[in-house]
Write a protein that binds this ligand. Structure first.
Ligand SMILES: [Zn+2]
Length: 554
């Protein structure tokens, strides 16, 4: 904070205060993952989310402009790894401040960050086993278990709806935004020299009518809004799928054939929805001929996550689910549900002949116990593999969905004879109309809406839509973009890797090899156009290219 003396003119005062209240966009800027925003106010350094990038990276994220040890607080919107996954890395690099999150988010982070550390350690071990044989230098994991435990120690659980004083001049409030158990949008009040600015971070805005969790709540006032735009240019189908009916049909047809239904499911969120629906199928007697059918939940993470759901029922469940709770029913539990924590329990499932439902992770079949279940069931024509979530390009799940007839599991060729089905659940994200409705919740003037967390051009498109509909100033920031929150000026537009020239993009290369050569030329083109980068960035770019080259040279 600046000490203002009596000699300063009003303009000088404003300028100085303005310099001290600033929002910098670090991650999920013109991208969907790696959410991270950096707020500087009242002399404090605050991060809103600290997410891991997942999937393809469009724009280079610059990292924090200050050392991690100088961050005072993190305000966390929800537990998804693309919002929370770098908290252990923050702790590893010296962050010792507090991480504020809702009770359910803190509980979920407790299991998800440990799981993420396992994955990081496992990946490093795998890379090093390969690398050592090739005489390559040791690969250091992004973080290890102790870093995750250190981060978990720093979590401060908070109630929804309470205005919490963080320090002199900073207050926050969490509002349920209906995206995941514990998910919130966060209101931040920052007061400097008698001037208060209120910044509202949407987090991921939830969809309407999701099972178990509540619909999003709206926030009424803001000077600045930072809103996600994952579905900023798309509208979910208005037709409500008959989820229960479809699910029942698939189970019945499989059991009639004498097979198992194997569900690769995301451990947190989707799995609990599956349990909720199966309980309903049993409760409503929709599968009378198999009323006592068995369901095996075979994922330690999913079992832990289900416990977190149960623990936070009163705060987080919607009316329908809460009514069940109030009548003494746990909506995620039913007769015939078996959980297996040890790997021996897991293996036993394959010796049980009676047709059953097996829910296991990972949701895209790339890791975890699901791979064992696929090995035992994929070759059997009487079985069904039921996909209930998004399958990213290149994953085993996507290959199966696209009709691959032969897959490799544990070094063994497996022929695919099982039936492949998919059940599209209710998306966890609001669509364009849902996002506009959330923004429409603000009464009075909003100085500017920043659009983040969307695909490259979608952020721009959605910003345009908001401007036209509400008349608010908008901005879709690139990484490093800095905004002065006192003067409402963009003081630095940030960095964008130059986009591919149109001509090259339009040219259709004939063969896969031609396309690869084109990609190589594009890289060289980008190198030439980045001569002006700082030496630090040049070195970073160089090391990334060399990593890529090392990977393919073998
Ligand atoms: Zn999310």
């Amino acid at each position: 904070m600046y000490n203002l003396t009596g000699n300063d003119t009003i303009e000088e005062n404003e300028k100085r205060v303005g310099e001290a209240m600033k929002l910098t966009f670090i991650g999920a800027a013109h991208e969907v993952t790696g959410s991270c925003h950096f707020l500087q106010a009242v002399g404090k350094n605050i991060l809103i989310d600290c997410g891991m990038e997942q999937g393809p990276d469009l724009y280079e994220n610059p990292g924090l402009p200050i050392p991690e040890s100088e961050i005072d607080y993190v305000f966390l919107t929800h537990a998804h790894i693309d919002h929370s996954g770098m908290l252990p890395a923050l702790a590893k690099k010296g962050f010792r401040g507090q991480i504020f999150a809702t009770f359910a988010t803190a509980d979920l982070c407790n299991i998800m960050l440990r799981d993420s550390a396992h994955i990081q350690e496992f990946e490093a071990e795998w890379r090093n086993r390969k690398g050592r044989r090739a005489g390559k230098p040791e690969y250091e994991p992004v973080y290890v278990m102790q870093d995750a435990l250190d981060a978990i120690e720093l979590l401060v659980p908070c109630q929804y709806g309470e205005r919490i004083t963080i320090c002199d001049g900073i207050q926050i409030r969490f509002t349920d935004v209906g995206h995941l158990l514990g998910s919130a949008s966060i209101e931040v009040w920052a007061t400097e020299e008698g001037v208060t600015k209120k910044i509202v971070f949407s987090g991921d805005v939830g969809n309407l009518d999701q099972p178990i969790i509540k619909d999003p709540s709206y926030t009424e006032t803001a000077d600045y809004v930072v809103v996600e735009s994952t579905y900023g240019n798309r509208i979910h189908s208005a037709e409500k799928p008959d989820y229960l009916g479809e699910f029942t049909r698939i189970i019945k047809e499989t059991f009639d054939r004498g097979g198992n239904v194997v569900i690769p499911s995301f451990a947190v969120g989707r799995t609990q929805e599956m349990l909720y629906f199966i309980r309903e199928i049993k409760e409503q007697g929709l599968l009378k001929e198999y009323q006592d059918f068995d369901v095996y939940l075979d994922s330690p993470l999913a079992i832990e996550a289900t416990k977190v759901f149960t623990k936070n029922m009163r705060d987080c469940f919607d009316e329908e689910a809460l009514a069940l709770v109030n009548s003494g029913v746990n909506p995620l539990v039913f007769p015939g549900l078996h959980t297996s924590t040890t790997s021996d329990d897991s293996k036993m499932i394959n010796f049980i002949e009676k047709p059953k439902v097996i829910i296991s992770a990972s949701g895209m079949c790339d890791a975890g116990r699901i791979r064992h279940h696929l090995k035992h069931n994929l070759w059997r024509p009487e079985c069904t593999i039921l996909f209930v979530g998004y399958q990213a390009n290149g994953t085993l799940g996507r290959k199966l969905l696209e009709g691959e007839k032969n897959v490799k599991l544990f070094g063994e060729e497996i022929e695919v004879h099982a039936r492949i089905e998919s059940l599209h659940g209710v998306s966890g994200h609001a669509d364009m109309n849902g996002l506009l409705k959330w923004i429409g919740g603000f009464r009075g003037h909003v100085e500017r809406v920043f659009v983040v967390h969307g695909e490259d051009t979608v952020t721009e498109e959605f910003a345009q839509t908001v401007e036209e509909k509400f008349g608010y100033k908008t901005w879709a920031p690139f990484p490093c973009c800095e905004a002065d929150l006192i003067s409402n000026e963009i003081i630095n537009e940030g960095v964008k890797v130059p986009v591919r020239p149109k001509k090259a993009a339009q040219r259709r290369a004939d063969t896969a090899f031609d396309r690869l050569v084109e990609a190589g030329k594009r890289l060289l083109d980008i190198i030439y156009r980045n001569e002006g980068l700082s030496n630090k960035d040049k070195a970073k770019f160089e090391s990334q290219i060399n990593n890529l080259a090392d990977k393919w040279e073998e």
